[in-house]
Design a protein around this ligand. Structure first.
Ligand SMILES: [Zn+2]
Length: 150
């Protein structure tokens, strides 16, 4: 029977590599993942595909930046619910851990960090050049959940 994948896993398939030949573009094929070369892996039994790890920011992630750069996008509080709804029919959460630490950053690092966020298109480099606007340390705060297939 062909397998239907949730959108979240469907997207991450493009990021996975075949553990045998390192090729990307794994595709679901009758309860397995198959690479373009033809190697197949049972999703339920092979450890590398047996866990889906989802990492997402908490409300405190990069709080120092959001406090000083008004255009920074905030974390959607409904994201947890959406994630749960999308994954719950297919995956069971095994463990969730919160990882939080303070990262000390140089000014170029902070500028790069802003440029990597979804906020980049709302913030101009000139806005950020204002003296004292950018913090020299930011909180990294994420939840990491490991899921197993149901
Ligand atoms: Zn392969």
């Amino acid at each position: 029977m062909p397998m239907t994948l949730p959108p979240a896993l469907d997207l991450s398939l493009d990021l996975l590599r075949c553990p045998t030949c390192r090729t990307r573009h794994l595709r679901p094929d009758h309860g397995a993942l198959r690479c373009p070369v033809g190697h197949a892996f049972d999703i339920a039994r092979h450890g590398y595909a047996g866990r889906l790890v989802v990492i997402r920011p908490t409300g405190r992630h990069l709080a120092e930046l959001r406090g000083r750069v008004p255009a920074m996008v905030t974390v959607d509080p409904a994201k947890e619910q959406r994630l749960h709804r999308a994954l719950n029919p297919f995956f069971e959460a095994v463990v969730t851990e919160q990882v939080e630490y303070l990262a000390v950053l140089s000014r170029p690092d902070v500028l790069d960090l802003v440029a990597m966020t979804p906020s980049a298109r709302h913030v101009s480099r000139a806005d950020l050049d204002e003296d004292g606007l950018l913090p020299d340390r930011v909180t990294v705060s994420v939840l990491a959940t490991a899921y197993r297939p149901r």
